[in-house]
Each structure stands twice: as structure tokens, then as C-alpha cells.
Design a protein around this ligand. Structure first.
Ligand SMILES: C[S@@+](CC[C@H](N)C(=O)[O-])C[C@H]1O[C@@H](n2cnc3c(N)ncnc32)[C@H](O)[C@@H]1O
Length: 398
């Protein structure tokens, strides 16, 4: 749609127009003049954003049902948001990833930080999985899939509707095959010398946690000849990297039998099956049971799901992180390493580190913090949006 025919949304005179001009990508509902006409704009429609003095600020995507009423798409008020515009975003993202990675297996689009608000795309060679977690992306899903295919050359594009944010945007949870044919078996993905098996249609998220790649690699450097415990392992993220790094053995713990089956298949494909074991169960129970058994490991990694996904969940989440640290620390042999991870937006680095250190202290252990890892460069940060920095991995020596 041409910009001149778009509806207009206007900031209240007192709204912080400067923050938006300086790059903040969202406009909350309480910052806008909301009249009957604004309320009637369809979820996912595009609009022209103006400041309190009616000066144009850019093209935004609107969702009147969400607290994030507008997401900035383009600061040029003349921009036309069409397939060519989408193609340019994908092409720019591919250009950077292809410099960084030896093969096309990476997060291709990390939402706002890659200029496509609310959109996540993970690439697995010839197959890409889109999570359109904002209404505008759902509305433009056809041109988006076409542009993605043209920019990358992938032959299959899948839509994954499981993103948590979709409910807030009023979207359904449906998955779909947008282009090509969905793979009928898990796809092998080589990272850090190990082969992981990614289930793109039935697995968690888009199939693999690419964000931990640099932290898997750092852990692997600590794991030569080590006995390794990987708790909340999913498809063997840290365990398989540690075996590729020369670990003597690795035990993966997860609550999901499907994830552990994929981890076993990955160990087999990597040629590590003889050094790899799995244990299905609730991580807290397994940690406690291993403690009672007096088990000891040279390296213990805990990478739980987001225990503090939002501000209201923070105190409870921090207590859960502390508990993980308290149960895991006793399992680490003297001089060994404890790796504690958090992918919670709300628990920032300082709070998460505080909870981890408290847990280690309550277990009666002393620690050096030797390294703090974050998500890899295929998960860029938008500096104006603290929310986009979520992953923290703390490497302690006990
Ligand atoms: C963030 S993912 C782990 C990613 C993985 N460490 C990697 O590097 O690829 C969290 C995992 O924790 C598992 N999980 C969640 N709650 C659990 C629980 N209470 N006990 C055991 N596993 C759990 C999920 O099945 C999921 O595989």
C-alpha cells in the first residue's frame, strides 16, 4: 500500500518522540492519541506514525489488541512495505551470516535487531522456519516467504506458530508449510564438530537452540577428558559439543523423551554414542538424586527454560535459578566447572548472577567466575531494546 493511503496514528504531545526518533522501535498504547478511527485499524495493518506536531516519523505496523500498539518498520515515511522491502531485509541478514558461518545453518532473522519486528527465522540449509510472532508478519506471510526464498535460495519454508508472543498478538498456534515440502525426518546440523538432529516440525522452538553455539564451544574447551553432566540438555546442545571437544563421557538430562531421542541420534551420527548416556526426568529431581548418590562430574552445565519470562515472574524465577545452582554445585568435583545459563528477559545479568552465586554459596562452595557468555552473533542485539538481550551463560570454576 502506498504511504499516502495509509491510516495515520499520532503520538500524544507529551509522548517521548525523541526515544522513538533515536531508534526505540515500539510505541505503547498509552503514548498514542487513540480515537474511534485508530481503534478500528486492523491488527497487522500498516500506518503512518506522526509526532504530536503532526510531523511524519515513519511507517509502523499496528496492533490495537496489543500493548505494543505500533512497531516501527521503516523510519522513511515514504517507504513501501512490499516483497522488495522484505527481500532487502533478508538479503542484508544473509550477507552477514554467510560471512560468519561456514555453512547456512543459523538464526537468519532475530526480530527487531534485523529490522523485522517480531519475526524470527532459523535456517537449516535448504529449509527455513519462520516464526511470525507479530500480527503484521502474519498478514504479510505470503510475500515474506517468497522474499525469504529469493534472498536465500532455500527450497522449503515452514511456518511455526508456537511462539509465546503470538497469543498476546491475538494469533493462532497453527504450523504450516508455506513453500516446498516439510522434511519427514529430523535434519542433521553440524556445529562445533558435533552433529545435532533438529526436528523442524514436531520439536521445541524451531528445532535447535542456535543461540548457545558460542557457549557450547567455550564449554567444550573445558571438557577435554572430563566427565560431563548436561542438565536441561534438549537435543544434547552442550553434551555433544563437549564430546566433540574430547570429553571422556557425557550424561544428558531432560524432561522430554523426544529431545533425548534426538540427542541419542545426534551422538550416533557424531560417532560418540559409546561415550554418551541420557536420563529422562525432572531436572530438579535428577539433580537431587545424583547428589544423594554422591555422583561427581568435572563439568556440570544447567541450561533451563526461561524461569523468569516476564517481570511478574521474576522473584519466583530467581529462586528457581538459585535452586538449580544449589543442587548442581555439589555435583562438581573440586577444581571442576559449573556452567549456569538463563534465557529469561526479565532476569538481567546482575540478578541472574546474584541468584547463581547465592545458590553456589548455599551449597558450601566457593567459585571463580571465569567467563560470561551471551548469544552468538546471529542473534544481534538492538541496543535501544534491552529486551533483545536475554541469554546469559556463566562459567564458574569451583
Ligand atoms: C533452553 S532448552 C535447553 C537447550 C540446550 N541446553 C541447548 O544448548 O541446546 C531447555 C530444555 O529444558 C527442558 N526442560 C524444561 N523443564 C524441565 C524440567 N523441569 N526438567 C527437565 N527438563 C526440563 C526442555 O525440555 C528443554 O529441552
Amino acid at each position: 500500500m502506498m504511504p499516502s493511503s495509509l491510516p495515520v496514528v499520532r503520538l500524544k504531545p507529551k509522548a517521548n518522540a525523541r526515544a522513538i526518533r533515536h531508534g526505540f522501535p515500539w510505541v505503547y498504547d498509552n503514548e498514542l492519541v487513540i480515537d474511534r478511527r485508530t481503534r478500528k485499524i486492523d491488527a497487522g495493518a500498516l500506518a503512518l506514525l506522526e509526532d504530536g506536531e503532526r510531523r511524519p516519523m515513519g511507517i509502523v505496523a499496528v496492533n490495537p489488541n496489543s500493548k505494543i500498539f505500533c512497531r516501527m518498520l521503516d523510519r522513511n515515511p515514504e517507504a513501501v512495505i512490499d516483497e522488495a522491502w522484505l527481500f532487502a531485509k533478508f538479503a542484508r541478514a544473509v550477507e552477514m551470516r554467510d560471512r560468519l558461518f561456514p555453512a547456512p545453518f543459523y538464526r537468519l532473522i532475530h526480530a527487531e535487531a534485523d529490522g523485522l519486528p517480531g519475526v524470527v527465522v532459523d535456517r537449516f540449509g535448504d529449509t527455513a522456519v519462520i516464526q511470525p510472532n507479530a500480527a503484521w508478519a502474519e498478514a504479510l506471510i505470503g510475500p515474506m516467504a517468497d522474499a525469504l526464498q529469493r534472498a536465500t535460495g532455500v527450497t522449503t519454508v515452514l511456518k511455526n506458530g508456537s511462539g509465546r508472543a503470538r497469543t498476546l498478538e491475538g494469533l493462532d498456534e497453527e504450523n504450516a508449510t508455506l513453500i516446498g515440502t516439510a522434511p519427514d525426518a529430523p535434519l542433521p546440523v553440524v556445529m562445533n564438530g558435533a552433529t545435532y538432529m533438529a526436528d523442524l516440525t514436531g520439536g521445541q522452538k524451531t528445532g535447535l537452540f542456535y543461540d548457545q553455539r558460542p557457549n557450547h564451544a567455550f564449554a567444550a574447551r573445558l571438557c577435554k577428558d572430563a566427565k560431563v553432566l548436561d542438565v536441561f540438555s534438549h537435543v544434547g546442545g552442550f553434551a555433544l559439543a563437549s564430546l566433540a571437544g574430547g570429553a571422556a563421557s557425557a550424561l544428558s538430562v531432560d524432561g522430554s523423551a523426544a529431545a533425548l531421542d534426538l540427542a541419542e541420534a545426534g551422538a550416533q551420527a557424531s560417532g560418540f554414542a559409546d561415550r554418551f548416556e541420557t536420563r529422562k526426568g525432572d531436572a530438579f529431581d535428577v539433580l537431587a538424586a545424583l547428589g544423594e548418590e554422591g555422583a561427581q562430574f568435572d563439568v556440570v552445565i544447567c541450561d533451563p527454560p526461561a524461569f523468569a519470562p516476564s517481570k511478574p515472574a521474576m522473584e519466583k524465577g530467581l529462586r528457581a535459578y538459585e535452586r538449580v545452582a544449589r543442587l548442581a554445585a555439589p555435583l562438581v568435583a573440586e577444581g571442576g566447572y559449573l556452567v549456569l545459563c538463563s534465557c529469561s528477559h526479565a532476569a538481567d545479568l546482575t540478578r541472574f548472577r546474584g541468584a547463581s552465586v547465592r545458590g553456589i554459596g548455599r551449597a558450601g562452595r566457593n567459585a571463580q567466575l571465569i567467563h560470561t557468555g551471551f548469544a552468538g552473533p546471529d542473534h544481534p542485539l538492538m541496543p535501544q531494546l534491552a529486551e533483545s538481550g536475554y541469554l546469559k551463560s556463566l562459567f564458574f570454576r569451583l
